[in-house]
Design a protein around this ligand. Structure first.
Ligand SMILES: [Zn+2]
Length: 492
């Protein structure tokens, strides 16, 4: 085989051989050529070496400059975040060109917030065009809203590299959450309601809310009146500046949550957690310290003969009063009860059949209270929030069952004793004083005959006649008795 190849290449080979066998003249040129080539090569090598060193330097310089610009951006971001009360918790390279930085509040890291942040971060990173050098800064933004509430939301800021500069490009904001600005946590039962006493005080409002929410009030009233006490164990399912949704204790109605508007329970909350406009709207204006105030209350009714006459007089004189009704009279006169409510008066409970509650066993007290609540609720749709025990007689056991503030009186017209119009007027005018509550009964014609003159005489003496609920400026709580404004006693 070989000879064949040789013969194929033979022309070239021949030429080479011819070259090699050329005369001496050429042989003398050879060393000179070699030296020259070596010299040129060395020069070239040197040149290229120097050039590559320079190039390397240039690249290093550029990289250093780039690093510096990047570091500048990171420092700026870090400073901004520190100002917001955040610190870096994560810094990761998603790929060659995309870096993610996460900042969270130094105070707390609620799972809800970090979950929001991660979702938003993922969504945003998917929107970055591939190959674009970018940095995503994810952080928690806090905005003070009012009182003790701040809004927390996750924010992603996108920085992109344009030519040799980093620029803020776009940003995205997640859902905002209301939180306690001190703890950076959701408002808790303890934050809002503070203690069990306040929850006991709002129980009547919860019962009313349950009644308002039910389609057939008569069908559920028993379960509502016996509804288990809401305690600090309950959870806040959602908070907004005007209401909370609470979990409820296990109950026969199988209702597991309730919305409690703050406007109903302002006195029993830390108002730092409530929208200030709601507080302003639902807080009665303070009483004028330069004026005199007094309240009228009428017990033991309603009576189908005397109560309508009294309502006519109050209407004519434009006076609102509180009626402490007996359950047994309510069931017989539901239309009259509705008229009392419709004309703007307050209906309170005075027990069912007027026994001395301190002499009854707990079951009987409960029945006296609940049967009256049921009768008044059936007539008006409202469970009474004020209670006045017969004879003003109450002890701690009874007061616990009553579960509402006890409204007593400070001026006794003694109409029940004298049953004499002149004497009733005289007695009231002689014993009335600023901030007091007057006791009368709307079941005696002599009382009704006295009311018109009493109103005129009180107004002549400079009194403003207002509702007992407005006269008592302290918060009205269960297990407390109120005799007038700033005349409060704890039941022990
Ligand atoms: Zn009475």
């Amino acid at each position: 085989m070989e000879p064949k190849i040789i013969s194929r290449l033979s022309r070239k080979e021949r030429r080479k051989k011819e070259k090699k066998n050329r005369p001496n003249k050429r042989q003398t040129l050879l060393p000179i050529l070699a030296v020259s080539i070596t010299t040129i090569s060395i020069c070239l090598l040197g040149y290229y070496y120097l050039q590559s060193v320079n190039q390397k330097r240039e690249i290093q310089k550029a990289a250093a400059a780039e690093k510096e610009i990047e570091q500048e951006l990171l420092t700026t971001i870090d400073k901004q975040q520190k100002k917001l009360g955040n610190k870096e918790v994560e810094n990761s390279d998603v790929n060659d060109h995309l870096q993610e930085l996460i900042y969270l509040p130094t105070t707390a890291q609620r799972q809800t917030l970090t979950e929001d942040l991660e979702t938003l971060l993922t969504e945003t990173s998917h929107q970055i065009e591939k190959g674009t050098p970018a940095k995503l800064v994810g952080y928690i933004k806090k905005e003070d809203l009012f009182g003790k509430i701040a809004s927390y939301s996750s924010v992603i800021e996108v920085y992109k590299k344009k030519q040799d500069r980093w620029e803020a490009d776009s940003s995205a904001q997640g859902k905002s959450h209301y939180m306690n600005k001190e703890t950076a946590d959701f408002p808790s039962m303890a934050d809002i309601f503070q203690n069990q006493d306040n929850l006991t005080a709002i129980q009547p409002f919860i019962k009313q809310q349950l009644l308002d929410d039910s389609k057939d009030q008569a069908a559920v009233i028993d379960q509502i009146l016996n509804f288990p006490q809401v305690t600090m164990e309950q959870k806040i399912l959602s908070y907004s500046p005007d209401k909370v949704v609470l979990s409820l204790p296990k109950n026969q109605l199988n209702i597991d949550q309730i919305s409690v508007p703050f406007s109903n329970v302002l006195d029993f909350t830390d108002q730092g957690f409530i929208d200030p406009t709601i507080i302003t709207e639902h807080t009665p204006p303070p009483l004028d310290p330069n004026k005199k105030y007094i309240s009228l209350t009428f017990d033991d009714g309603p009576n189908p003969i005397t109560t309508p006459r009294l309502l006519d007089i109050l209407m004519e004189k434009n006076v609102k009063a509180t009626f402490f009704m007996l359950g047994q009279n309510v069931v017989n006169n539901p239309d009259l009860v509705r008229r009392v409510a419709a004309e703007g008066h307050v209906i309170g409970s005075h027990s069912y059949s007027h026994p001395n509650l301190t002499g009854l066993d707990p079951e009987s007290v409960k029945s006296q209270v609940q049967e009256t609540d049921k009768a008044i609720a059936a007539a008006t749709g409202k469970i009474p929030t004020d209670f006045r025990p017969p004879y003003g007689a109450v002890n701690k056991d009874a007061a616990e069952i009553i579960g509402r503030p006890i409204i007593q009186w400070s001026v006794d017209s003694e109409d029940w004793k004298t049953k004499n119009t002149e004497k009733i007027i005289k007695r009231v005018m002689k014993t009335s004083y600023n901030n007091s509550i007057i006791l009368m009964h709307d079941i005696y014609p002599e009382t009704i005959n006295a009311v018109s003159q009493i109103i005129d005489a009180l107004r002549n003496e400079g009194y403003d006649i207002i509702l007992a609920d407005d006269l008592i400026t302290e918060k009205q709580a269960p297990l407390h008795m109120y005799y007038g404004n700033k005349s409060e006693q704890v039941i022990q």
